[in-house]
Design a protein around this ligand. Structure first.
Ligand SMILES: [Zn+2]
Length: 473
């Protein structure tokens, strides 16, 4: 028998399995990072190499973050970018991000990943697309391995500078041959498609306004040749929609469809400005969406039609995005914002059409199915995210899946008075940190602290580098 782990005595264990079982006095047993039993504590083995007593705690499947830019932790809350929407916000950051050197790349990955595991996240997708100043995906992958997080890295790209009609400055983009060559190197070196994989690679050109049509086509061809997934930002702002309409005479989704960018191996970050036909296209082709509520509010981008996506059968996960547009990496917070924003959207734009006076309270009672529930928001962050990333081995706690989970202490100030329904309290009550986070059967957070690495120096170094990079901007 391999290395075993037993979690026992949880007040409630939320499985997110097909029956959505919530098991009282629940527990789980894992061997070599995979779950072999999930159920009531009395049915589980009595001991293991590692035993976690979850008395007084709730256990949930580890969250899956489907969109992030870890290097942006270096530029959180930049004064020049506090109060603007996407295009000027990007223009305030591009040249600083381009200075992300190897040490800054590793350090920012550690900061963002540590915040994520402390908020219950066990699988992270990162969308990196600036590889100047010696930066390579390798530094992020090493950081994720050292910390112990399941990591989907992207070899992203920007190739269309201002002189060719793109948004980024010319000195922030790469040659397309170099991009494709390095993408092949990274996939061949790191991509592990096997069940339980800790590292996967995604091909991820940045956005419609920063890469050429040729690179989008070639990226899709490469991803399919190698069997990896495809990702980009799409339908994030009306500026983007204007850009593709003016340049290509097409709305963003139609334009991407023509470049072979639809299918179950594709997911888009944001996917806010879509019409009903485009939602049907996503559902029909299997495209997923990474919903990033904090970022969308922060940049005044709009509200993604998440309930419509869910009703149509579109795969939806959550992403903290940023970190410069969030400006944090807290998945518990993102789950709560997803639920709240869907409700605000309902108030502003009920299913029967826009209200005449949008800010007046509804004049009719909303039907139950129109509300996003706490459990639906949790589902987006777990099963939803797993589906978006193309994984069937994470997102729920059941036999044969990865031992990725976290616990929250229910006897805290934040939950006091809210335990009529502890599962919903995770979303309704103000977010707190994970008590324990386990990834691949290994404890990464214990008693609310990262235990795989000493974080004090990481924070000191991060603050120093952040100020150095921003100096002169
Ligand atoms: Zn993004």
């Amino acid at each position: 028998m391999g290395r075993t782990l037993l979690l026992k005595n949880a007040d409630i264990l939320v499985t997110m399995d097909d029956e959505r079982r919530e098991i009282e006095n629940g527990g789980l047993f894992a061997e070599d990072g995979m779950l072999t039993q999930v159920g009531p504590t009395e049915e589980l083995p009595k001991t293991a190499d590692k035993v976690i007593d979850a008395t007084g705690q709730i256990v949930l499947p580890g969250f899956v973050n489907t969109h992030h830019h870890l290097n942006q932790t270096l530029t959180r809350n930049l004064p020049a970018a506090q109060n603007n929407n996407l295009f000027p916000w990007l223009q305030a950051h591009y040249r600083i991000w381009a200075k992300t050197h190897p040490e800054a790349s590793r350090n920012s990955a550690l900061v963002g990943l540590a915040e994520l595991v402390l908020s219950g996240c066990t699988t992270v997708f990162d969308h990196s697309y600036l590889f100047q100043s010696g930066n390579k995906v390798d530094y992020q992958i090493e950081a994720a391995r050292d910390l112990g997080v399941r990591f989907h890295a992207s070899r992203g790209s920007m190739s269309l500078g201002e002189s060719k009609g793109g948004l980024p400055p010319d000195d922030c983009v790469e040659e397309e041959d170099d991009i494709l060559r390095d993408s092949i190197r990274v996939i061949d070196r790191y991509h592990d498609a096997s069940p339980g994989s800790m590292t996967r690679i995604v091909v991820a050109p940045c956005s419609p306004f920063s890469v050429s049509e040729d690179l989008l086509r070639e990226s899709a061809r490469l991803a399919r040749d190698k069997g990896v997934m495809l990702h980009t930002h799409l339908c994030e702002t009306l500026d983007e929609e204007r850009y593709t309409l003016e340049r290509f005479g097409k709305r963003p989704v139609e334009w991407m469809e023509g470049l072979d960018w639809t299918g179950p191996d594709v997911w888009f970050a944001h996917a806010i400005h879509v019409d009903d036909e485009e939602i049907r296209l996503f559902a029909g082709t299997g495209c997923g969406a990474a919903h990033c509520p904090c970022s969308n509010m922060r940049l005044a981008s709009g509200i993604a039609p998440v309930k419509k996506y869910m009703a149509a059968g579109v795969k939806v996960g959550l992403g903290v995005d940023g970190s410069a547009s969030n400006d944090g990496s807290n998945m518990l917070g993102e789950v709560r914002q997803a639920m709240l924003l869907a409700r605000l959207q309902l108030g502003l734009m009920p299913p029967e059409g826009p209200r005449k006076h949008a800010l007046l309270p509804p004049s009719h009672p909303l039907r139950a199915g129109e509300w996003m529930t706490a459990r639906e928001a949790l589902e987006l962050a777990t099963r939803g995210g797993a589906a978006v990333l193309g994984r069937d081995d994470i997102g729920s706690l059941e036999t044969g899946k990865c031992a990725d989970f976290f616990t929250l202490d229910l006897n805290t100030l934040q939950f006091a008075g809210g335990l009529h329904d502890p599962v919903a309290a995770v979303v309704f009550c103000c977010p707190q940190g994970a008590s324990t986070t386990v990834v691949n059967g290994k404890v990464v957070v214990d008693d609310g602290q990262i235990v795989t690495m000493e974080m004090g120096k990481v924070v000191t170094d991060h603050n120093r580098m952040s100020l150095e990079l921003a100096a002169g901007h």
